[in-house]
Design a protein around this ligand. Structure first.
Ligand code: PLP
Length: 405
């Protein structure tokens, strides 16, 4: 097929593909357990639904300004003031079709071909592909000390004359790690000193556990003028359980937002008015659903930890936030795709292979589903992998007998 050189380099999204696979198997009636998901299962805030319905009932569903309707910008400004203690103006804000689009458009606005973008590994599956879509070069940095917590030295070593952007995602997908205040301070200072763009992908920032507080990167910025190269990305997908609404945003300097708006205007125009109204409802409503979700996820994290602790040989680092746990399964093999396929084929459990996040031998397990799924999912995995477990397992009234060694 005659397709572009760029298109040839772009991989499919492993996580979205897994969702598709789960849906197909579920439809077939297979009792699958999806521990590879990336979306909370709680209900959308009622204020969001009401706002969307109210707008639909007007019968007028039109184009919007390409960077967001005024009421959404106002809600984002309020959000930024409340959670980042920073007052910005409407010209500093662009609403997008998800945080994903906000990051993509920011990269398109910044990057020239062959310039480099650095991000810590393991990383969100989309960063390398987004960078490649800009004909730029993704550069991942694996913390040298074997943890999930990068140090500024690790990043510094990779910075060269082509480096243009650093992306930091904390709380992190896939590890659930919350990077230290010290690291965030270091990276903000480093980017200011070296005149680099810094994209803070804060999509999970309030989903933190063990009495942690969300970290505010602006606190460490010396340059808060309109020359600042700090871009903060957020959205309603994860914290408000509104993944299907596709609303995210970027806050940055006015000139950059203007350029990003020009790009977005020609790509998709503004996000759907109905969905923007819903996001306003969520952002301006009582914030109890976010706290309820956070508490549920923390409980689920603890349950997952407890069940994983009885699993021989695997290594687990307790997540500080999000709804992911990145588990070292190298004792069962180096090839994470093979392990994930084995688990799906033998016990109908879906997990995302670590290689998709830049680290082999690991699996990303999510605890955003039900307690039953977490408990039963891990039990099934243990049964399939740990040869000391009994020879038989029941899934409902299906009897599985181990025929592998
Ligand atoms: C780290 C990270 N950033 C951004 C996104 C995209 O979020 P949205 O649904 O707002 O596009 C995701 C979604 O999985 C994510 O994990």
């Amino acid at each position: 097929m005659n397709i572009s050189q760029i298109a040839r380099t772009i991989k499919s999204s492993a996580t979205l593909k897994l969702n598709e696979k789960a849906a197909i198997l579920r439809e077939k009636g297979d009792p699958i357990i999806h521990l590879g998901g990336g979306e909370p299962m709680s209900k959308v805030p009622v204020e969001a639904i009401k706002a969307a319905m109210e707008h639909l009932n007007t019968g007028e569903v039109r184009y919007t300004p390409p960077n967001g309707i005024p009421s959404l910008k106002k809600a984002i400004i309020r959000y930024t003031e409340e959670y980042y203690n920073r007052l910005v103006e409407p010209e500093n804000v662009m609403a997008s079709g998800g945080a994903k689009q906000a990051i993509m458009v920011a990269l398109q606005a910044i990057l020239n071909p062959q310039e480099e973008v650095i991000f810590p590994a393991p990383y969100w599956v989309s960063y390398p592909e987004m960078v490649k879509l800009c004909q730029a070069i993704p550069v991942s940095v694996l913390p040298k000390d074997g943890t999930f917590y990068p140090r500024i030295q690790d990043i510094e070593e990779k910075v060269g004359s082509y480096t243009k952007v650093i992306i930091i995602n904390s709380p992190n997908n896939p590890t659930g790690a919350v990077y230290s205040e010290e690291f965030i301070a270091d990276v903000v200072e480093f980017c200011e000193k070296h005149d680099l763009y810094l994209i803070m992908d804060d999509i999970y920032h309030r989903l933190v556990f063990d009495n942690r507080k969300p970290i505010n990167c602006y606190k460490y910025a010396k340059n808060l003028s309109e020359n600042s190269k700090l871009i903060v990305v957020n959205g309603v997908s994860k914290q408000y359980a509104m993944t299907g609404f596709r609303i995210g945003w970027a806050v940055a300097n006015k000139k950059l937002i203007e350029v990003m708006t020009n790009i977005q205007a020609h790509q998709t125009s503004g996000p759907s008015i109905v969905l923007q109204k819903a996001a306003v409802g969520a952002l301006m409503g009582t914030q109890s659903s976010v706290e309820n979700l956070r508490v549920t996820l923390e409980k689920n994290r603890n349950i997952m930890m407890e069940h994983l602790s009885s699993f021989d040989g695997i290594k687990v680092i307790k997540p500080d936030g999000t709804f992911y746990c990145f588990v070292d399964f190298t004792v069962y093999g180096k090839d994470s795709t093979k392990i994930a396929d084995f688990l799906l084929n033998k016990v109908l459990v879906l997990a995302v292979p670590g290689v998709e996040f830049g680290m082999e031998g690991f699996l990303r397990l999510s605890y955003c589903g039900s307690v039953k799924d977490i408990t039963e999912g891990i039990e099934r995995m243990k049964w399939a992998l740990d040869l000391n477990s009994p020879n038989e397992l029941y899934i409902g009234d299906r009897k599985l007998v181990r025929d592998w060694t």
